[in-house]
Design a protein around this ligand. Structure first.
Ligand code: XMP
Length: 517
């Protein structure tokens, strides 16, 4: 792999993604990892990320010169650039000429490895208070800015490269080109990390891990569990059984989509548990949001537990005990929980949200090295339907937390009808990718007066909650064009008789959350 050494800011994951966009496999490692441990991974190249410290401060993360002496191509960015300079004996100083944001850079050698064929003036994204004032011996300076006399350098012989700026950030106009030049020209890599090859490698790995044992997967219909299931299915075929719990809180067509489209596309062995009645009666009379969430969580565990026991039991009777449980864990979770590889032998308790103690599984996490966009590419490669691959997030408790008030079968029908119209119109307007998700919320306990066909109505409002977000931690309300909103509103009030008002939620997160409950 290409190792991205994380010097402690938010940049390393982004760099790892950009490397993969160049079809080169990358892994994030902490800067505290010892040099010989890094080199033991036989890295094809090493990238040193930016970070918040000053290299000359006491306790600042430093770079072991052994990393630079091993003959492995190295590319330092921002803090990584300065750490490289310090390790090689150049000078890093506080010059009082910090640069933050878009900055013009003068490239003095446009035939160099990093800048080959690029313009001699380009916009780069800077964020530094310190600057390199003297390049280490043997380094050829190839670019400068007004605040950074040494803004880029390279040494083709030792295959060492560096830039003061952040090429991984989109505001660096030629950033991706510079990065690719390092990977493909400087380090001489092939760029063969493609969805096709990834699928082949992962299928092979899953086969090796699972052997002839049986595997269980809780399918939610979301992207991650669907792609993970499809991959395991490709690897071990009908040794995999998926369990899908229909809790009756799904949107229109969703259960059918999983049952039909997903199975058709992947051939997965699917057990669908129809638990609609069970959830509805458990929710009867409850309107407090947290209580609803707890009830839905509890019932989900009960239903899944029973289904898992049934599957495990029948597999055991056939002499093929179930040993593995599929999880759709993604790389950001792995990095954020401190990395590490290998399959953990855990009680699935913590992950599926509570299996009984006597059901113990080993985990198969085939997506644990992938970012979300790569999971989607892998899904497409596996033939998972686009509707699933590009699905927007949908909460586990489903429509149960989008009805403000008690959840009843009738209210669910009303909400499903309104939600379907909103989803169809947003899709038709081509807004699916721009909108992170658009909850439609039924204010079931609110009524207002309206007029329709000369008659008075006394119906419920629904709220449209379109949001834009990167990761759901923060969000802004999406500026959906008025004519699209108008169409949705007209259609809902015409076609869903119980709804006589459509309102738009224009609150960001924070202070609002995305869901209303
Ligand atoms: P909030 O409402 O907290 O939602 O801004 C953030 C994101 O999480 C989704 N969400 C959930 N997803 N189980 C889930 O799997 C849940 O209980 C749950 N609650 C909220 C929500 O749709 C949004 O994408």
């Amino acid at each position: 792999p290409v190792l991205v050494v994380d010097f402690g800011a938010q940049y390393a994951q982004l760099i790892a993604r950009r490397v993969r966009e160049a079809n080169v496999f990358s892994e994030v490692v902490p800067s505290t990892m010892a040099a010989d441990e890094m080199l033991a991974k036989e890295p094809a190249a090493i990238i040193l990320s930016g970070g918040p410290s000053s290299v000359y401060e006491e306790g600042a993360p430093s770079l072991d010169p052994a990393v630079l002496d091993a003959g492995v191509p190295v590319f330092g960015m921002c803090y990584g650039f300065q750490a490289m300079v310090q390790a090689l004996g150049g000078t890093v100083e506080r010059t009082g000429l910090g640069e933050y944001g878009s900055t013009p850079a003068q490239v003095s050698d446009t035939s160099s490895t990093l800048f080959n064929g690029q313009p001699s003036e380009q916009s780069v994204w800077m964020s530094h208070g310190d600057a390199v004032t003297e390049a280490p011996d043997g380094m050829r300076v190839t670019a400068s800015t007004s605040g950074a006399p040494v803004a880029a350098f390279e040494d083709d012989e030792r295959r060492l490269y560096g830039v003061q700026w952040h090429p991984e950030v989109m505001h660096s106009t030629f950033g991706q080109r510079v990065l690719e030049n390092f990977l493909l020209r400087g380090a001489g890599l092939d760029g063969d990390w493609t969805a096709h090859n990834v699928v082949e490698a992962l299928v092979e790995q899953v086969r090796e891990t699972v052997g002839d044992k049986r595997v269980l997967c809780a399918l939610s219909g979301g992207v991650d569990s669907s792609v993970a299931a499809a991959l395991v299915q490709r690897a071990v075929g009908d040794q995999l059984t998926c369990v899908f719990v229909d809790h009756g809180l799904l949107r229109s067509g969703e259960a059918e989509q999983v049952e039909k489209d997903f199975v058709d596309a992947t051939g997965v062995d699917l057990v669908v548990v129809d638990a609609r009645e069970q959830f509805l009666s458990a929710l009867a009379g409850v309107s407090d949001p947290e209580t609803k969430r707890k009830i839905i969580g509890r019932e989900f565990i009960r239903v899944f537990e029973q289904a898992a026991r049934d599957v495990v039991g029948s597999a055991e009777r056939e002499g093929h005990p179930v040993e593995f449980l599929v999880q759709g864990t993604l790389y950001p979770d792995v990095v954020e929980s401190g990395g590490g590889t290998g399959t953990a032998n855990i009680k699935s308790h913590h992950n599926v949200g509570g299996l009984p103690d006597d059901l113990q599984f080993k985990l198969v996490e085939p997506l644990r090295l992938l970012f979300k966009d790569e999971v989607r590419q892998v899904g497409l490669e596996l033939g998972v339907p686009e509707e699933i691959v590009w699905r927007q997030p949908f909460p586990g408790p489903g429509l149960g937390i989008r009805i403000v008030g008690e959840v009843t079968a009738e209210r669910l029908d009303i909400l499903r009808a309104a939600d379907q119209i909103a989803r169809r119109e947003l899709s038709a307007a081509g807004l699916d990718r721009e909108i992170w998700q658009c909850p439609v919320v039924l204010l079931a306990d609110v009524r207002s007066v309206g007029v329709q066909g000369d008659g008075r109505t006394y119906g419920h409002p629904v709220v449209l909650r379109p949001v834009s977000s990167e990761d759901a931690m923060t969000a802004d309300w999406t500026r959906v064009p008025y004519d699209v909103l108008a169409k949705i509103s007209t259609r809902i009030t015409n076609e869903v008789p119980e709804v006589n008002r459509v309102v738009l939620d224009v609150t960001s997160k924070p202070p609002g959350t995305i869901e209303w409950e």
